[in-house]
Design a protein around this ligand. Structure first.
Ligand code: ZN
Length: 389
């Protein structure tokens, strides 16, 4: 096991939550990694010896981004649907069927290489952990296949058999719900850490509050943690359900009542509101009000929701820039939400922060400060820092 001393850090963001702004900004700092973990953090003048030295030449170093919501196991794309939407056709979740057909038709190796390319694209933009959902298979065999492939790339795998009701069950929703909460869940659970459901009464393809409760309860009984897609297309029951059931995250949170914000505030630290502004960008919709959530004391996270329909971006820096420009966050608040905030939504304390014992998952910027992530929007300044070991 060899150690690496990282020096020349222009600005170190620890995101350890110990300073009033939570960012833990340090100058003239250095750190040592060993065996894939952070072994030491401190002033450069006190740095210990290490087996090798990596000088980042004045660049900013921060925790690698944690993309806690992504749908990477799919084939094909829906660029034409995006173009149609930009021409004025509304989105209601129906286009998912197009991706289901393409995914079912793809071979294992094709799907695997598509996921590998997307994960590499993320890493090239500073993301070091990604959650990957199933949800474009929607048969027992295709959901298990999606989760097996996802598990080759991440520990954070999520069973999303309840993404939409597939076309072949359109006339019998109850039968599909029985499948998702029965044999499909039983086959998927060994390959998943989480269960998720698209709880959205504004889409005929998604699931009602009662259906979502059945999915989540069954998933919990199978040993899975809970995540919810909620309150995306309009006001809905997703947030209240997520808080009631102690879900780790409720994602989208675009349309929130005062009661929803109060529920999320009372559940701070337990249920994270994960905001996915790339979706609002790509569907030309109003953005969630991140400022309102933070001011109410809620825990928030940022993620891409990378998927072929509503948001085909893999870029956490883009999401950070949107959060600052469109959602009322400061640059620092957005970075924190994209690192420690999204780590909390995965109930992880070993990622999303730089402290002794945490994973040595680091991002480096072609810039002296984290402010540049939103200030230089669209410029590829972030990448994961590759360390020997
Ligand atoms: Zn999603």
């Amino acid at each position: 096991m060899s150690s690496t001393l990282v020096t020349g850090i222009g600005e170190l963001l620890t995101c350890d939550g110990l300073t009033p702004d939570l960012l833990g900004v340090r100058h003239d700092a250095a750190l040592v990694t060993e065996g894939g973990r952070i072994a030491w953090v401190g002033d450069a003048c006190n740095a210990p010896e290490a087996d090798r030295r990596l000088d980042v030449d004045g660049r900013a170093v921060l925790p690698g981004f944690v993309d806690s919501h992504a749908h990477l196991v799919f084939a094909g794309d829906r660029a034409e649907e995006f173009a149609a939407r930009m021409a004025g056709h509304p989105y209601d979740g129906g286009g998912i069927a197009v991706s289901v057909d393409a995914t079912r038709a793809a071979g294992d190796d094709e799907l695997r290489s598509l996921v590998a390319a997307r994960v590499a694209e993320m890493r090239a933009q500073g993301t070091t952990t990604v959650e990957i959902k199933s949800g474009y298979g929607l048969t027992v065999a295709d959901e298990v296949r999606s989760l097996r492939i996802a598990a080759e790339f991440t520990d954070e795998t999520t069973f999303l058999g309840a993404h939409v009701v597939p076309a072949e069950y359109a006339g019998d929703r109850a039968a599909y719900l029985d499948l998702v909460t029965g044999p499909m869940l039983a086959a998927a659970a060994p390959h998943a850490r989480w269960v998720d459901v698209f709880c959205e009464p504004h889409s005929a393809h998604a699931f009602t509050a009662d259906e979502a409760r059945a999915v989540l309860t069954a998933g919990r009984e199978a040993g899975l943690g809970l995540r919810v897609h909620g309150n995306q297309l309009g006001p809905g029951p997703g947030v209240q359900l997520a808080v009631e059931l102690g879900a780790a995250s409720v994602d989208h949170c675009t349309h929130l009542s005062e009661a929803d914000v109060e529920a999320l505030s009372s559940a701070a630290g337990t249920t994270v509101a994960t905001l996915l502004p790339g979706v609002e960008f790509s569907t030309r919709s109003p953005y969630p009000d991140a400022r309102r959530l933070l001011d109410a004391g809620c825990s928030i996270a940022l993620a891409t929701d990378c998927n072929p329909g509503t948001c085909y971006t893999s870029s956490m820096p883009f999401v950070i820039a949107l959060a600052v420009r469109e959602m009322g966050l400061t640059p620092g608040e957005a970075v924190y939400a994209a690192t420690a905030g999204s780590a909390l939504s995965l109930r992880r304390s070993d990622i999303g922060r730089i402290e002794v014992g945490a994973r040595a998952d680091l991002a480096v910027l072609e810039a002296p400060s984290h402010l540049h992530l939103s200030y230089r929007a669209g410029v590829p300044i972030a990448r994961a820092l590759d360390l020997p070991d």
